[in-house]
Design a protein around this ligand. Structure first.
Ligand code: HEC
Length: 143
């Protein structure tokens, strides 16, 4: 009986450790996860990247775009998605990740529709921020 209790405690301790181990990503893994989330889940390129008939122009990824669509009824609306490649200058990376978890800018304001108010968890918000920080902003681009 004592042996059973001890092994049950050992198993519980092992299970308690497991999630922490998988949460530790290298910077490279974090950026790769962010790339997947931004390009395959978040849909950021649909608005923040100039559109072509074939889809978003990936050579201009997240460098800002005028939207190619508009609402059919009068609602609050922003017709331009600003550049976010490289993370905008008025955000630190921590503030950018916080924005993706709350939908609130560092100055307390909220973007107008159609910008969705994302409520990501911290790990996903950090990953997306790490990836977006690697993209060259339009101002630094030579092409
Ligand atoms: C459906 C279109 C759409 C999608 C999808 C979208 N955005 Fe936006 N986003 C906008 C528009 C339009 C604005 C400007 C809102 C305004 O001016 O009030 C904006 C604003 C922002 C801002 C505020 C910029 C600033 O200067 O304060 C950030 C940051 C942002 N978007 C990040 C993202 C990220 C990251 C994603 C993907 C996870 C994303 N957006 C997806 C349309 C979109």
């Amino acid at each position: 009986m004592k042996k059973f209790v001890l092994s049950a405690i050992a198993l519980a301790a092992l299970l308690a450790c497991a999630p922490q181990q998988t949460a530790e990503l290298t910077q490279e893994e974090l950026v790769a996860r962010g790339e997947y989330l931004v390009n395959n889940i978040g849909g950021c390129n649909d608005c923040h990247t100039p559109m072509t008939p074939q889809g978003p122009d990936t050579t201009q990824a997240l460098r800002g775009a005028t939207l190619g669509f508009a609402p059919t009824i009068p609602i609050p609306w922003a017709p331009v998605a600003p550049p976010i490649a490289g993370v905008p200058e008025h955000y630190t990376q921590a503030q950018f990740a916080a924005f993706l978890q709350t939908g609130v800018r560092p100055d307390g304001s909220r973007p107008l529709p159609p910008m969705p108010a994302f409520r990501l968890n911290e790990a996903d918000a950090r990953a997306m921020t790490a990836y977006i920080a690697t993209l060259r902003p339009a101002s630094a681009a030579s092409e």
